[in-house]
Design a protein around this ligand. Structure first.
Ligand SMILES: Nc1nc2c(c(=O)[nH]1)N=C([C@H](O)[C@H](O)COP(=O)(O)OP(=O)(O)OP(=O)(O)O)CN2
Length: 216
């Protein structure tokens, strides 16, 4: 069996609302990773691909065949604040940011729209634009990243373009474990036509903290 790996780097922020530390094991049991609006990491994502045989280029697959993943990470994860649908503070945070009205995600800027790049439950990609959308509809996605489409020359337009471009929604708590699982299924779904398999994915939050999901 052959195995190749490709590493991707991105910077992002998250708040690990699910963090609970045991006093017995952690000297300082204060769960600092729950803090809002979040803390940042220089993430390293390592994707492992396996194949029994080599292709016509005598490769598992060309490293260049993962360019789509580099582009996706650059557009949808890099320099984003990853907010979780399941965070108890999710609704409060969106409301305070002016993005929530009657349980509806809405942009309070005349004429502006939001472009969403969404990963569905089956890990396929979908793109759509909206001005308003019921928040409950987002929870059928595993991940949604946003881009502001509108005027930016007013202070309000500037604020909402920077805010919208800076956030993404994630289904579970954004732990390294959950991110590794997300990328494992996302990569496997989207490389099916290449005829190779993603065997595992590792996510490094820091140089010394890593989670792996797949055939470990
Ligand atoms: N199993 C997991 N544990 C922790 C996760 C996680 O995703 N999975 N996440 C965090 C935080 O995001 C934290 O920022 C990173 O944790 P940690 O390695 O403890 O970071 P430090 O740099 O503060 O730790 P050092 O002791 O200085 O290496 C927490 N835990």
């Amino acid at each position: 069996m052959f195995e190749i790996s490709k590493t991707f780097e991105f910077s992002a922020a998250h708040s690990v609302f699910s963090q609970r530390l045991s006093k017995r094991w952690a000297k300082n049991a204060y769960p600092k990773c729950r803090r809002l609006p979040g803390h940042g990491h220089n993430y390293r994502l390592v994707v492992y691909l396996q194949s029994e045989k080599l292709d016509s280029s005598q490769m598992v697959t060309d490293f260049g065949h993962l360019r789509w993943l580099k582009d996706f990470i650059g557009e949808c994860f890099d320099h984003k604040l990853i907010l979780s649908f399941e965070d108890p503070a999710f609704y409060v945070l969106l409301e305070k940011l002016g993005l929530l009205k009657n349980e509806t995600f809405s942009l309070p800027v005349e004429g502006a729209q939001v472009e969403a790049v969404a990963v569905k439950e089956d890990y396929r990609l979908e793109k759509f634009n909206f001005k308003e959308m019921e928040l409950s509809k987002f929870s059928s996605y595993t991940f949604v990243s946003f881009r502001y489409l509108g005027e930016t020359s007013t202070p309000e337009g500037d604020f909402y373009s920077r805010l919208i471009d800076g956030i993404a929604f994630f289904r579970g708590s954004p732990t390294s474990e959950n991110l590794a699982r997300f990328f494992y299924y996302f990569v496997n779904e989207n490389i099916k036509p290449l005829g190779v398999k993603c065997s595992k994915v590792s996510i490094f939050e820091t140089p010394s903290s890593c989670a792996t999901f797949g055939e470990v």
